[in-house]
Design a protein around this ligand. Structure first.
Ligand SMILES: Nc1nc2c(ncn2[C@@H]2O[C@H](COP(=O)(O)OP(=O)(O)OP(=O)(O)O)[C@@H](O)[C@H]2O)c(=O)[nH]1
Ligand SMILES: [Mg+2]
Length: 581
């Protein structure tokens, strides 16, 4: 029994819901974005970030950029950043995101002084599309001694799928700077002699562990945390049926075949959130990377100037057989980081998932206390929640005389004003580092992370191995195969134009191949069977009115037996509905 949804005369509202229901419409809406795809330059080889020794340099916290001589060294050969007249660290690569102007300005403000490598290591925007299904064909058997061979047109092959897979060897989203579009192959068309088309080639997009996937400007889709996780994101379109599949008792020689179903497409925003238990923070050049290198097997670049660490490094600290702690060494934090100056903003988000922080202070600097307070303030300004995380303070470089001189007053001040016991250490000589690690471990044990990951794990498709990683694809498939008799009718106010929309109907129109003679008849029959005609008649459609279904304009002609749409030409009501609907 056919049914129809309640009528709405608010055309705008109906279009809005239609864009939700209909992947084709969504495609049209998004397509303009496609023209403005984010393209990036090539990822520089890792070696470009390792620098030789250079003279010691004192960098004040108020310096929001590396000195010019350093800047030159930071620049990989094929990426140019220029120090502008205002002394800011400009990016010569203008190819990055050119969304709306406002957004652009905001990014520029936040990304001030940040080379593209760092801006893009944890965020990317990519386009994915599953393959269209292959078309079915109309063919008839031609055999010797069989004068009237039956239908033999094969079905089209299914389009390729789009998968997302976690690759444990990746640690950034930088590869997506170059590679933005991922399209699965289309299914092959059917052939005569009942040969079905082959399935289109699937595409697997590799992402690093800790990747959060969002539909561009929309909902959170997935959170992929563990190496090996593989999620089916966009299923390929169904292959169109060939005329062999349309053979029925009523129609033994069907001259009809379907188009393949169009694949789905989407712009995705990827965000990498490091999965670390402990975050090492501090001012540039404090010795954070050196500390990580002595407590774990990680070998981060260490050099005697700020901004050595451009991308966070991860290290695993092992305690007992079964107890390990993942530690992240983050780029140096500067005053103004919360406003996007220096490198701060780009990575501060990564500390959100750390249970605790280790704050490394350069004990040999002019004013270690000032440095300590400034970094704390930055944390507070960026996110007060972050500043509330438990932390250990490591007073580094105690092997240097300046640090020894600074130590008593620093220790005193922290004890008095903050109620904290700082721990002295020398990452260079490893003196005291074990104590810091132990303190961090104890603190971490007492403060296990209570992320919201666990709460709505199922929704995110994340941590729990039992979670359905294919739920996005399932959802898409469900939307796509919406029943054909679920539709909404709206009349444009004051005109004789009617809009009929519904995902099932639109898919049906898209798959109808008008080249074949029987297609039109089938189309008319379907409109009648699913209740479109009856609903329109009940709502008062008049002879000559325009009815728009899935972008196709039809003219309504009243039929004798009371109510039916027709497609420009005359309405045919003498045939039964195909049983395969
Ligand atoms: N004397 C001495 N030098 C140290 C110690 N720890 C680190 N250094 C030196 O301090 C400089 C900076 O060390 P890094 O580990 O690169 O500092 P960082 O905090 O990671 O710096 P950025 O990544 O630039 O923010 C290097 O020259 C290290 O050799 C220490 O305990 N004693
Ligand atoms: Mg470093």
């Amino acid at each position: 029994m056919a049914s129809f949804s309640p009528i709405s005369f608010n055309v705008t509202a109906v279009f809005a819901s239609r864009s939700k229901l209909n992947p084709n419409e969504q495609r049209n809406l998004r397509r303009p974005e496609g023209g403005e795809a984010t393209t990036f330059t090539r990822l520089p080889p890792k070696g470009d970030f390792v620098f030789g020794d250079s003279a010691v340099q004192v960098v004040r916290l108020s310096d929001s950029k590396p000195p010019a001589s350093r800047a030159e060294k930071l620049i990989p050969e094929f990426e140019r950043y220029e120090l502008g007249s205002d002394g800011e660290f400009d990016d010569g690569d203008e190819e990055y995101s050119d969304e709306e102007e406002e957004e652009e300005e905001e990014i520029q403000e936040k990304g001030k002084g940040v080379p593209a490598v760092m801006r893009c290591f944890d965020r990317a925007k990519i386009y994915v599309k599953s393959g269209d299904g292959g078309d079915g064909v109309v063919a008839f058997r031609r055999e010797k001694f069989v004068p009237l061979g039956g239908p033999s047109g094969g079905d089209g092959g299914r389009g390729g799928d789009v998968y997302l897979e976690v690759d444990g060897s990746m640690n950034s989203l930088l590869p997506f700077r170059k590679n933005v579009h991922f399209r699965a192959g289309r299914g092959k068309h059917g052939q005569g002699q009942q040969r079905n088309g082959a399935k289109g080639e699937s595409v697997v997009v590799k992402v690093p562990p800790g990747t959060v996937v969002r539909e561009s400007g929309g909902d959170l889709l997935l959170e992929l945390l563990h190496p090996g996780q593989k999620a089916l994101l966009l299923p390929g379109g169904r292959g169109g049926r060939g005329n062999f599949s349309f053979k029925s008792g009523n129609n033994k020689v069907p001259k009809i075949a379907e188009n393949g179903e169009e694949g789905l497409d989407m712009w995705l925003e990827l965000e990498l959130k490091l999965v670390a238990d402990v975050g090492i923070i501090g001012a540039p050049n404090a010795g954070k990377s050196t500390f990580l290198s002595v407590i774990s097997a990680a070998q981060p670049a260490i050099a005697d100037y700020p901004f050595t660490t451009l991308l966070p490094n991860l290290g695993v600290v092992s305690f007992d057989y079964d107890s390990t702690m993942v530690v992240a060494d983050l780029p140096g934090l500067l005053e103004g980081a919360h406003r996007g100056f220096g490198l701060g903003h780009e990575f501060l988000r990564h500390t959100e998932r750390c249970s605790i922080l280790v704050h490394v202070v350069d004990g040999s600097s002019d004013q270690p206390l000032y440095e300590f307070d400034a970094v704390r303030l930055e944390l507070e300004m960026f996110d007060p929640e972050l500043a509330k995380k438990p932390y250990v303070v490591a007073f580094n470089k105690t092997d240097l005389p300046a640090a020894s001189r600074n130590w008593p007053s620093f220790e005193n001040a922290l004890r008095e004003t903050h109620g904290i016991e700082p721990l002295p250490m020398s990452a260079a000589t490893r003196d005291g580092t074990q104590r810091v690690v132990n303190a961090a471990y104890e603190l971490w044990k007492r403060n296990p992370m209570t992320t919201d990951d666990d709460d709505d794990d199922e929704r995110r498709g994340g941590r729990n191995p039992g979670t359905n990683l294919n739920r996005v694809a399932d959802e898409m498939e469900k939307q796509r195969s919406a029943p054909i008799n679920e539709f909404v009718i709206a009349q444009e106010a004051g005109t004789g134009t009617w809009h009929v929309s519904g995902a099932g109907l639109e898919r049906f129109v898209q798959m109808t191949n008008w080249r074949y003679r029987d297609s039109e008849r089938r189309f008319q029959n379907v409109l009648e069977a699913c209740g479109v005609d009856r609903s329109l008649a009940r709502l008062g459609v008049k002879e000559g009115d325009t009815v728009v279904i899935a972008g196709m304009e039809l003219i309504w002609h009243d039929s004798k037996n009371g109510g039916a749409t027709s497609r420009k030409k005359s309405f045919l009501s003498d045939d039964s509905i195909d049983s395969d609907l």
